[in-house]
Write a protein that binds this ligand. Structure first.
Ligand code: ADP
Ligand code: MG
Length: 604
């Protein structure tokens, strides 16, 4: 930021010097280039709020940039309102158009979202292009600046001031709890919803905010170009912020600004000599940068450091994943856990009803994946659902957590009906889950995984100010240590071993203060050693934190050492339910399911 401010201040004097030394160069032209670099930087950083921070690829961002420029021109020229009113209208109109069209675009996700933005962009372009009487059609619209701003150096400083203020505002936003919610969405939409984030609402919010800043950039653009034209809105114009972001780096806040400077410099250097080959040369450069430094130019120093480190450490360097394996067990005092478990076991039957499913069904076309299932989970219970592959266990979990809407039936949790509610609402009522395929925020650190869950749970993620990484830091650290991952708190979660990622998932549920934790095959894909440790961790946490567990599991040894109640499912229906002893003796169960297994695996 400081560097940027210095750079901004340095351009006009340098340009003046340059003119003195080199009579061919015009300082006016250099300052013009400086202005365009600043505007491009603002536009690209606003685009990167979506691309880099939220993981959304929009083809309509140029349209809001154009809308901002036209808004200023039309209000100033056509309606003869004061210039600063027109300037203030640029972001306002950009945001309003962004909000309305964003509502349409966000009917869809990912690729389909991108396609909808493409359609919106073409629609806005056509309006501007064809509404000749109002917008001037393909002639565009030109303005003359008021006298105070008509000097190019003054205009440069004015632009710089507006850009710096906007960048500061965006910087505050990306560091805030709101920014944390955006990062969680980028990392994993499903997981974000299951920590209680209303993904669509946040996407719409960031889309609108990005349109607002694009509107500012558009307003500044027309001030130095003194001309707006329909091509500004054309969908191919989006290539500019995308290229600039990729060039500079999407993972750092100022990356796109660095990209913008390089872009303008290149444009100036190449386009004069090879006007027709500019796109090809630029394409080759971008490709080279993306291949050599995937994080963009602004990531180059860290790539260099990493290379140097590897060079120095040579073979000694080892993936942290291998070290982290198995740490969890060292923290566990098994005997203590078992003692308090014995005391708790008594309490289950008197515990109050926490979760009740009544005649729950889910059909996929003709297939009854879940068929008229009723079951009850009492507070403090450890309830296992077993059954062969395809029995409907995962589907049942998806019905409970709101990922799927039931075809029929009712789900009551903690005295409240939650049937068919969206996942983020259900997460907030106190149901945490670990997915069958481990689902965490891989690029966030282990601690951030938990911190952001706590922020979402506490309802802080709507705040666009404050520093997310400083909030709940100690609480998250404590929890990281409780699940035995203390030494890896600052590593990206995706670098940990499979077993430890499971531990993070469970810790996320704890961070959400979940009363009920759903585990879908918690030990799938783990070695016997990892399985033992993971389940010891689960049992210990359940005991210490008075959790209720509902889990499904293939490994019968795990089921019979952990469960206090077992429900057997087969072909979508409940076959029977009871205590582990009852299930073990039930002849139907043995026939359908346990018959396939070895006697000793039952632990009998
Ligand atoms: P389990 O977790 O017990 O192995 P699932 O709940 O994953 O079983 O699946 C139950 C049945 O529902 C399977 O036959 C599966 O193929 C089917 N199924 C699951 N999800 C879908 C879906 N989204 N669309 C269609 N069929 C599905
Ligand atoms: Mg399953």
């Amino acid at each position: 930021m400081v560097l940027l401010a210095l750079f901004v201040a340095a351009v006009p004097p340098l340009a003046g010097q340059y003119e003195n030394l080199n009579p061919d160069a015009s300082s006016r032209y250099l300052i013009f280039l400086g202005t365009s670099a600043l505007v491009l930087a603002l536009w690209a950083i606003s685009y990167n709020l979506m691309l880099g921070y939220t993981g959304m690829v929009s083809f309509a961002h140029a349209a809001y940039f154009g809308v901002g420029a036209y808004a200023l021109a039309l209000i100033f020229k056509r309606y003869q309102l004061p210039f600063f009113v027109a300037l203030a209208a640029a972001p306002a109109v950009g945001a309003i158009v962004g909000l309305i069209t964003g509502l349409v675009a966000l009917r869809a996700v990912r690729l389909y979202f991108s396609l909808l933005t493409l359609a919106i962009s073409q629609l806005l372009f056509s309006i501007v292009f064809q509404w000749y009487d109002f917008t001037g059609g393909d002639n565009g619209i030109s303005i003359t600046l008021p006298d105070q701003l008509n000097d190019y150096t003054t205009l440069y400083y004015f632009t710089a001031a507006v850009v710096v203020v906007c960048l500061l505002l965006m910087f505050v936003i990306v560091r805030s709890p709101f920014g944390a919610a955006l990062l969680s969405i980028r990392e994993n939409r499903d997981r974000a919803a299951s920590i209680g984030i209303n993904v669509r609402a946040y996407e719409l919010a960031v889309y609108t905010v990005a349109s607002l800043f694009a509107g500012v950039a558009g307003g500044l653009f027309i001030m130095y170009q003194q001309q707006a034209y329909p091509e500004m809105l054309y969908w191919t114009a989006n290539a500019q912020p995308v290229v600039v972001s990729l060039l500079g780096g999407t993972s750092t806040f100022l990356g796109p600004a660095v990209g913008a400077l390089i872009y303008v410099a290149l444009d100036n250097a190449i386009a004069k000599q090879f006007p027709y080959q500019f796109d090809i040369i630029l394409g080759a450069i971008v490709l080279g940068v993306v291949l050599a430094v995937p994080g963009g130019i602004s990531d180059a120093p860290s790539v260099f450091l990493r290379l140097r480190e590897r060079f120095h450490r040579g073979e000694k360097a080892e993936a942290p994943a291998a070290e982290s394996t198995g740490e969890a067990i060292r923290m566990i005092d098994v005997r203590k856990a078992l003692e308090s478990e014995a005391i708790q076991a008594e309490a289950v039957h008197s515990g109050k009803m926490l979760l009740r499913l009544e005649n729950l069904s889910k059909r996929f076309g003709g297939l009854r994946a879940v068929d008229d299932v009723s079951l009850e989970v009492r507070q403090g219970d450890r309830h296992a659902i077993i059954g062969p592959n395809g029995a409907g266990k995962s589907t049942l979990f998806n019905l409970i957590t709101g990922r799927l809407k039931p075809s029929a039936g009712k789900v009551t949790f903690d005295g409240r009906e939650i049937t068919g509610k969206p996942p983020h609402v259900i997460a907030r009522t106190g149901i945490g889950r670990a997915f069958q395929i481990t689902t965490i925020f891989p690029k966030l650190t282990v601690r951030q995984n938990l911190q952001y869950a706590m922020l979402a749970h506490g309802g802080y993620t709507m705040r666009p100010f404050g520093v997310a990484n400083r909030m709940f830091r100690n609480e998250a650290q404590e929890l990281v240590e409780a699940v035995g991952l203390g030494p890896w708190a600052d590593l990206p979660a995706g670098q940990l071993s499979h077993g430890d990622q499971r531990a993070i998932e469970i810790a996320i549920s704890l961070a959400l203060g979940s009363k009920l934790v759903l585990l879908d095959e918690p030990t799938a894909g783990m070695s016997a050693y990892e399985t033992d440790k993971a389940m010891e961790l689960v049992r210990r946490l359940a005991t210490e934190r008075h959790l209720t567990l509902l889990f499904c599991e293939h490994d019968m040894a795990v089921v019979f050492t952990t469960a206090r109640t077992i429900t057997v499912m087969h072909q979508g229906r409940v076959l029977t339910a009871g205590t582990p002893d009852e299930i073990r003796r039930n002849p139907d169960v043995q026939k359908v399911y346990l018959g396939e297994l070895e006697e000793e695996e039952l632990g009998a």
